[in-house]
Design a binder for this molecule. Structure first.
Ligand SMILES: Cc1cc2nc3c(=O)[nH]c(=O)nc-3n(C[C@H](O)[C@H](O)[C@H](O)COP(=O)(O)O)c2cc1C
Length: 235
């Protein structure tokens, strides 16, 4: 086997050249869930002239935040990077992946490791709605503050990443259903990102998601056969 490898930057930027001539991503007439889930692909070429307005981004995020989270603590936080200058600053931090500057926005999905401290506010909403007694709420809140408060940082980080992954998927599907395209990105320098974008200390980056109007479809889907990744009941 050849031992040829690529730099990280080459590896990340090669993908967009492999599908040349594929044409624009498919416009969906049917936004039934199954169609959207099948048709979403990672798109790496965007029309730089298309600007998705703030209200539409809010609409997508409103749907995304319906995702489930550990104890409903919703540790996700979003930094929407839309100014061209900010995207240019992000470009080298994200290994010069062109979608960073051509997409309408890059949404940084962050996880707040202190999210459990909002337990009072979150469970208080249930009391206001008459869905929970004050007494039960207090018990829940105390348990969360004690439990999550005693978790080591790695565990809080894992929770933030799991919940951040769920919301990211929901955001990408919502975007596809609305006629937009996305690509999730882990290929960036998280430390440099945190520093350059003044990310608060208790937040950690989960992934970056480029959002825009794609000009070239992502790869056709290939997946390992389900049978190769599935077992029932016990290993
Ligand atoms: C956590 C994560 C990080 C990723 N990072 C990058 C990235 O930095 N650059 C990129 O072009 N694609 C990135 N991808 C996209 C994957 O390459 C893509 O999801 C995979 O090839 C499957 O293709 P599909 O999304 O079109 O189904 C990432 C995907 C995930 C889930």
């Amino acid at each position: 086997m050849s031992e040829k490898t690529m730099t990280k930057e080459e590896y990340l930027n090669k993908a967009k050249d492999l599908n040349k001539g594929a044409g624009a991503p498919k416009e969906l007439e049917d936004t039934d869930f199954f169609t959207v889930a099948k048709e979403r692909r990672s798109v790496r070429q965007y029309d730089p002239t298309v600007k998705i307005d703030e209200n539409e981004i809010r609409e997508l995020l409103e749907i995304a935040i319906q995702a489930p989270s550990s104890s409903n603590l919703q540790p996700w936080r979003f930094l929407v990077i839309q100014d061209q200058a900010a995207k240019e600053e992000l470009l080298p931090i994200a290994n010069n992946q062109q979608q960073v500057v051509d997409a309408s926005a890059v949404i940084a999905v962050l996880g707040d490791k202190d999210a459990y401290k909002n337990a009072e506010r979150i469970f208080g909403q249930l009391v206001e709605k008459g869905r929970m007694t004050e007494e039960l709420k207090n018990t829940y809140v105390n348990s969360i503050l004690e439990g999550y408060g005693s978790f080591p940082a790695e565990r809080l980080s894992k929770i933030a990443n799991i919940d951040g992954g769920l919301i990211s998927m929901q955001l990408m599907l919502a975007a596809k259903a609305k006629g937009y395209d996305t690509v999730p990105m882990g290929g960036y320098d998280a430390d440099k990102f945190v520093e350059a974008f003044n990310v608060p200390e208790n937040f950690e980056p989960v992934m970056l998601i480029a959002l825009g109007k794609g000009t070239q479809a992502g790869f056709e889907k290939t997946r390992l056969p389900l049978e190769d990744v599935l077992e029932w009941n016990k290993y």
